[in-house]
Design a protein around this ligand. Structure first.
Ligand code: FE
Length: 210
């Protein structure tokens, strides 16, 4: 497919991105990772590529309280962008399905291989050193404490963590078990281990053991 189609999709998508934890570099990383997983899993590269570039277009609207579900709203916005860019009509609905299904919070199930790839690429960007940086960036924006030993992590993640460290326990450490593809599971192992090491070190410093 003509590269200019994706350039236009990318440019339009970037107009919607406003937060450091969901900025254009998040989208670029998800895009790169999604292409890598898609190649190994035999997914349609055009569908995955467009979906990765557009998956968070409504994220800022959700963060700002303007919409309830950025995945549903994002699919609506994406549809217009895909048409404007001249993306093949017969593939548009498959891209929208990926965007609708990528959200973690709802525990959405991804039916198509393309949707499963996008979910995995997005989740992998929340794992590891960059994932940790994004947790604290978001926590700062929400003015949450980095840690509070008096607030234990919740047994079940309900979409809102009270501290950044709790968010790592409640969401980030569970990502490894939420992945769809073997390719992503393989990539997740080392990243997961690093998050565990980070927490261990963080808590030792907190207790002044180091
Ligand atoms: Fe994302």
């Amino acid at each position: 497919m003509d590269e200019s189609v994706f350039e236009m999709i990318r440019r339009r998508s970037e107009e919607y991105l406003r937060f450091s934890h969901h900025d254009r570099y998040h989208v670029e990383r998800v895009h790169g990772m999604a292409m890598r997983i898609a190649a190994e899993e035999g997914a349609d590269m055009d569908v995955v590529r467009a979906a990765a570039l557009l998956h968070d277009v409504a994220r800022a609207m959700e963060e700002e309280g303007m919409v309830e579900d950025h995945a549903a709203e994002g699919a609506k916005i994406a549809e217009g962008i895909l048409r404007d860019a001249g993306f093949p009509e017969e593939k548009i609905s498959r891209v929208l399905e990926c965007i609708r299904a990528h959200r973690f919070r709802r525990g959405e199930t991804a039916e198509s291989v393309e949707a499963r790839v996008l979910q995995d690429a997005d989740r992998l960007d929340a794992l590891g050193a960059i994932g940790i940086a994004r947790v604290f960036s978001r926590g700062g924006w929400e003015n949450k404490p980095i840690h509070d030993p008096l607030i234990p992590p919740k047994e079940r993640y309900d979409g809102e963590s009270l501290t950044s460290v709790n968010h790592i326990y409640e969401k980030i450490l569970r990502l490894r078990d939420e992945l769809n593809t073997d390719t992503a599971r393989r990539i997740s192992e080392e990243r997961h281990r690093f998050v565990e090491q980070f927490l261990e070190r963080f808590l030792r410093e907190w207790r002044l053991e180091i």
